[in-house]
Design a protein around this ligand. Structure first.
Ligand SMILES: [Zn+2]
Length: 240
């Protein structure tokens, strides 16, 4: 049995089955994750199969408006600074941060998304590569945005190592992910539209996300709570 990536606990209990996928919950910290976890190649294949939608961004105006609203909330943390959107998709948030005064970059593994982003937003630096390759560039940032990414990542420890590696001391990190502990999540979790393996391979609560962040040198400084939406949105700071 693999250890829990949050607390290294080795005891888990069956949590739920969706399609042919089994989720377990750590008996020690409650973290819910797919078991066995598919390897990176299998997870990447999921996105190849879904390629019909990748790199196409209909309703670009409303995407840009939403990205701008998001960026306005976070503006004090990136204005005049080096900012990156990790898992940037079509580049809307990276562009919104640039327009609001950041030196802005975007990173995504999807060639279609990055092609779109480069074409649409020529003043942002976009990178189409893996976390590992990007980390080796030695770039670092004052502000990191990463929305609805962590729940897709098979190896959550390497993702956190990556974020910690590109964050300068004192850098801010804004991260969002579905909140499995939210009161609006259905009693039968398999009725939850977010409960969609193998796209989403793990689910956080504020407790498990806090524990993970602390392990990798980030302290949560603010939680944005939405009463009617099962989303975890947190602002964290990298320790100095
Ligand atoms: Zn655990």
């Amino acid at each position: 049995m693999d250890a829990c990536p949050i607390c290294d606990g080795v005891q888990t209990a069956f949590y739920a089955r969706q399609d042919e996928y089994d989720f377990v919950a750590c008996r020690s910290c409650g973290f819910v994750f797919l078991f066995p976890m598919p390897d990176d190649a299998s997870l990447a294949a999921v996105y190849d199969d879904a390629a019909f939608g990748v790199g196409r961004y209909p309703k670009a105006k409303s995407r840009m408006r939403r990205a701008t609203m998001r960026a306005l909330r976070l503006w004090p943390h990136f204005v005049g600074k080096d900012a990156i959107d990790v898992g940037c998709g079509g580049g809307f948030v990276a562009e919104a941060m640039r327009r609001l005064g950041a030196r802005s970059s975007g990173l995504d593994i999807s060639p279609g998304s990055i092609a779109y982003a480069r074409d649409a937003f020529s003043k942002v630096r976009f990178y189409e590569e893996t976390f590992e390759t990007f980390l080796a560039r030695g770039e670092s940032f004052d502000f990191i945005h990463s929305s609805e990414v962590i729940e897709h990542i098979g190896d959550v420890k390497s993702y956190m190592t990556f974020l910690a590696g590109i964050a300068r001391p004192g850098a801010k990190l804004f991260l969002t992910t579905p909140d499995i502990a939210h009161p609006t999540v259905p009693d039968d979790v398999t009725d939850w539209d977010m409960f969609s393996p193998p796209r989403h391979v793990q689910f956080f609560s504020e407790a498990t996300l806090t524990r993970l962040f602390n392990t990798f040198g980030f302290d949560i400084v603010k939680r944005f709570y939405k009463k009617d939406a099962p989303t975890l949105q947190v602002l964290a700071r990298k320790r100095r």
